[in-house]
Design a protein around this ligand. Structure first.
Ligand code: IPM
Ligand code: MN
Length: 363
């Protein structure tokens, strides 16, 4: 019996390729007896076959598992009658029902990866976006109004409980980091539109309340429009950014773009009991099944999973394995031992996987 049971949901498009690549790498990093993987169904292609995007047995397995590793979900054209995409419900149901309230998205420029922002070097862009993941504008998913084909509304919902816990997560995270690259100061930047909407003024005020317990962490504010410019012109200023769901969704893709794209952008979707780990990218159906996808974002998400489990269970061996996986990815990228296509190279998914596994064995 392995120490930790991980549910894997390959999903759609490139999901199976990047998920299985990550399983192979995690197995190599952790050795026998540490992790057992339980493959489960879910996603848009499963919905087409079965009518269910997240089968009950998959959900029950996710609830019982130590963590969930996911490839990607969603296929264009697989939509509900209201026009929204089916595949997205795989994530959204898991987020809401497992209460995965903090969507942690590291934005880090790795050696060997070219940033589209000129002059910025590895080490100078290294922050984390913490996206509130269970309310905000997403609370209206499936609940908006469409009236007589003339009017549609969706409502933003922000609660004191929801903001307090994600803000506390952000301040605690900043405490564990070494501060912003620019000045080494621990800083949580609240991203909102408090100047315009009461809901965001409320979001900011609750973050202010939480900051009162963290004298060692500076609180900073940026409107959601302004921060898009700051993320391009002074990315080294940021340590941790906390944002409402929809704003977090948008700025995390911009952040990923500044460090090489969605192919190097991991995510950890965390609640008090459960964790879902997946690359922040989508299912890229246009390159599915061609062995062309980069597994890097999912592999880095796998490292986040090991580290989360290690912290939760005070497991030094698992923490060391997380370090080994991250070092192996950095070694491959910085020495260009294999360069994935999204970073300008020609390496296939399997070639990236083999290169990272080789780096693991030489670590
Ligand atoms: C993300 C994605 C999801 C979101 C979709 C796939 C539901 O864009 O995780 O960033 O909108 O949150
Ligand atoms: Mn998104």
């Amino acid at each position: 019996m392995a120490k930790y049971e991980i549910v894997t949901i390959d999903g759609d498009g490139i999901g199976p390729e990047v998920c299985q690549s990550t399983v192979e790498i995690l197995r190599a990093a952790c050795g026998a007896g540490m992790l057992s993987f339980i493959p489960c169904d879910g996603g848009a292609s499963h919905y087409l076959k079965s009518g269910s995007v997240l089968p009950e047995d998959t959900f029950e397995a996710c609830k019982a598992a130590d963590a969930i590793l996911h490839g990607a979900a969603g296929l264009p054209g697989v939509t509900y009658p209201d026009g929204t995409e089916v595949g997205n419900d795989l994530h959204l149901i898991l987020r809401f029902k497992l209460d995965l309230y903090a969507n942690m998205r590291p934005i880090r420029l790795y050696a060997g990866v070219e940033s589209p922002l000129r002059h910025w070097r590895p080490g100078q862009i290294d922050y984390v976006i913490v996206r509130e993941n269970t309310e905000g504008l997403y609370a209206s998913r499936g609940g908006g109004i469409v009236l007589r084909d003339e009017l549609a509304t969706d409502t933003i919902v922000v609660t004191r409980k929801g903001i307090e816990r994600v803000a506390r997560f952000a301040f605690e995270l900043s405490r564990r980091r070494k501060g912003a690259p620019r000045d080494g100061r621990r800083r949580v930047t609240v991203c909102d539109k408090a100047n315009i909407l009461r809901s965001y003024a409320f979001f900011r005020s609750v973050c202010d309340d939480v900051s009162g317990s963290y004298d060692d962490v500076e609180i900073d504010y940026a409107y959601a429009d302004a921060i898009t410019v700051h993320m391009l012109k002074r990315p080294d200023f940021y340590d941790v950014i906390v944002a409402e769901n929809m704003f977090g969704d948008i700025i995390s893709d911009l952040g990923a773009g500044t460090v090489g794209g969605m192919g190097v952008s991991p995510s950890a979707e965390l609640g008090d009991r459960h964790g879902l780990f997946q690359g922040a990218h989508g299912s890229a159906p246009d390159i599915a099944g061609q062995n062309a996808a980069s597994p890097v974002a999912t592999v880095l998400s796998g490292a986040l999973m090991l580290r989360w489990l290690a912290d939760k269970h005070t497991d030094a061996g698992l923490a060391a394995a997380a370090d080994r996986v991250e070092r192996a990815v950095e070694h491959v990228l910085s020495n260009k031992l294999a360069v994935p296509r999204d970073l300008g190279g020609t390496a296939s998914c399997t070639e990236m996987t083999s290169a990272i596994c080789r780096a693991l064995t030489s670590d």
